[in-house]
Design a protein around this ligand. Structure first.
Ligand code: NAD
Length: 498
């Protein structure tokens, strides 16, 4: 039996692609083919953009309350369908069911935020900037915006994008990850059910060619990208060259610092969870931990904790570490572990080829820990994106901060300590976007924006929060004077003053 095809969404209709190029969506725990995803043709991409352009003419004038209520409805629908969404996500992505619910929930929070658009898309007004003159700003939508998303959060990251873009009055073309588009498509169905009109949200599928078509398309005004640094840098350069706004949230190599005064049990639990949870496939995972001074003696306890984690399918009760996304990813991660050994790091825990009863075909690699890791080793220099933790030793906090700031990436970081002074020094001096203090995965809630520094982010404004309102709108200033009898007869003024 052939697997069902994933549809495109063009002008409110789910349509079958006419392409000849397809790819399988595969369950990473079993290798079962769940669906076939098309690589949309150029004509289909054009049709999606044209539908979005046409819909913008009316959508941009839709009252705030109407836009807000769609997202109120969508948050309700997502809550009602949480179990189904999480199951779909686990089947195609591999993460555990509770973690899949977390993926959906962190996106749901952005939908809730979009429902409060009335308090967010507000201009400013200054009264009497000159005699009888007021100046105010309008935050107007841009037009057609596009989103390109990665495989690792197939619910949360699409929900970072289209709700805020549409709530601000734009129309949208989404290109989900071709590796796991099914939960994204279910969320899109719910968005239509919630009342998003035809053409306001469109979905195309594909890879490199579709992404390049988005970057080049003359009718797309802004591009949001989340994914690897290599692709994000390409998207940023190509899209901005074509005159678009771009925000690119990219790769990571997040470090934590453990000071010896940290609460040992809590810290080791936090590290094990953040390093190995979601099989290390989070952009905010913790693949590097710097043990400062006497904290280096905690390594055996950390290894013992990692050994207690259960590696199995995400659907199995009690699973801590699910499969990685693909056979290709598994081979790459196993190869990097081998290189770590060859490069001279000490393999404290080897998670390669774990026994997983009932799932012999799954893409499994268990928690893996190296100590004695240094820059120049492939396991340090590359983003492994698997459950592989590198331990580094440092003599004090200054050395640890310097080490982190020397890494090219600046996505997330954390410090574990009971010292307020040390934590404050860390937050001041570290050049990283998301900073955790005894919080291992400090992803900001949507009252704030996601950020990043150096190789982890291009573009000034981040997803969700207040920043994205500015990203998805054009600021217009209006300076107005209304004449009445008392202002008549001022004569010609050739100076620059109002
Ligand atoms: P990826 O860069 O391979 O893919 C992201 C998107 O780009 C996908 O939609 C894909 O189809 C497209 N793409 C892939 N190759 C392309 C190419 N050569 N040209 C044009 N487009 C291309 O990323 P991924 O493997 O899906 O996701 C994992 C990466 O995403 C990791 O690097 C992770 O750190 C990063 N990530 C970052 C954040 C963040 O907020 N900073 C969040 C999640 C994931």
């Amino acid at each position: 039996m052939t697997a069902p095809s994933v549809k495109l969404l063009i002008n409110g209709q789910f349509v079958e692609s006419q392409t000849t190029q397809w790819r399988d969506v595969v369950n990473p725990a079993t290798q079962q083919v769940l669906a076939r995803v098309p690589f949309a043709t150029p004509a289909e991409i054009d049709a999606a953009v044209a539908a979005a352009k046409e819909a913008f003419k009316t959508w941009k004038k839709t009252p705030i309350g109407t836009r807000a209520r769609i997202f109120l409805k969508l948050q309700q629908l997502i809550r009602e369908n949480m179990g189904e969404l999480a199951a779909l996500l686990t089947a195609e992505q591999g993460k555990t069911l509770p973690d899949a619910e977390g993926d959906v929930f962190r996106g749901l929070e952005v939908v809730e935020h979009a429902a409060s658009i009335g308090n967010l898309q507000l201009g400013e007004l200054a009264n009497n900037v000159a005699s009888g003159v007021d100046t105010y700003t309008l935050l107007q939508p841009l037009g057609v915006c596009a989103g390109i998303t990665p495989f690792n959060f197939p619910a949360m990251i699409p929900l970072w994008m289209f709700p805020m873009a549409i709530a601000t009055g734009n129309t949208f073309v989404l290109k989900p990850s071709e590796q796991d588009p099914l939960v994204t498509m279910r969320l899109v169905e719910l968005a239509l059910e919630a009342g998003i009109p035809a053409g306001v949200l469109n979905v195309i599928h594909g890879g490199e060619d579709a992404v390049n078509a988005i970057c080049d398309h003359k009718d797309i005004k802004a591009v949001s990208f989340v994914g690897s640094t290599k692709v994000g840098t390409h998207v940023y350069n190509r899209a901005t060259l074509a005159g678009k706004r771009a925000q690119c949230m990219m790769g990571a190599k997040n470090h934590a610092i453990v000071l010896p005064d940290a609460n040992k049990e809590q810290t080791l639990n936090a590290i094990a969870g953040a390093s190995f949870g979601a099989a290390g496939q989070r952009c905010m995972a913790l693949p590097v931990v710097i043990m400062v001074g006497e904290a280096q003696q905690w390594v055996p306890d950390l290894v013992a904790k990692a050994q207690t984690l259960k590696v199995s399918a995400g659907t199995e009760k009690g699973t801590d570490v699910g499969p990685v996304i693909s056979r290709g990813a598994l081979t790459r991660i196993e190869g990097l572990i081998e290189r770590g050994v060859a490069d001279g790091a000490t393999l404290e825990l080897d998670g390669r080829k774990p026994t997983v009863p009932g799932y012999e075909d799954g893409n499994f690699v268990g928690p893996t820990i190296f100590s004695g890791v240094q820059p120049g080793m492939a396991i340090y220099d590359q983003e492994i994106f698997g459950p592989v933790l590198s331990l580094v030793a440092a003599k004090d906090l200054d050395e640890a901060i310097e080490f982190i700031n020397a890494n090219p990436n600046g996505n997330g970081t954390a410090i574990f300590t009971q010292s307020g002074a040390a934590a404050r020094k860390f937050q001041e001096e570290i050049d990283v976007g998301q900073v955790g203090i005894n919080v291992p995965v400090p992803v900001p809630v949507p009252l704030f924006s996601f950020t990043g520094s150096r190789a982890s982010k291009l573009g000034d404004l981040g997803p969700y929060g207040k920043q994205v309102i500015l990203f998805y709108t054009q600021t217009k200033t209006v300076t107005a004077r209304w004449f009445d009898d008392s202002t008549a007869g001022q004569g010609v003024n050739t100076t620059i003053s109002l």
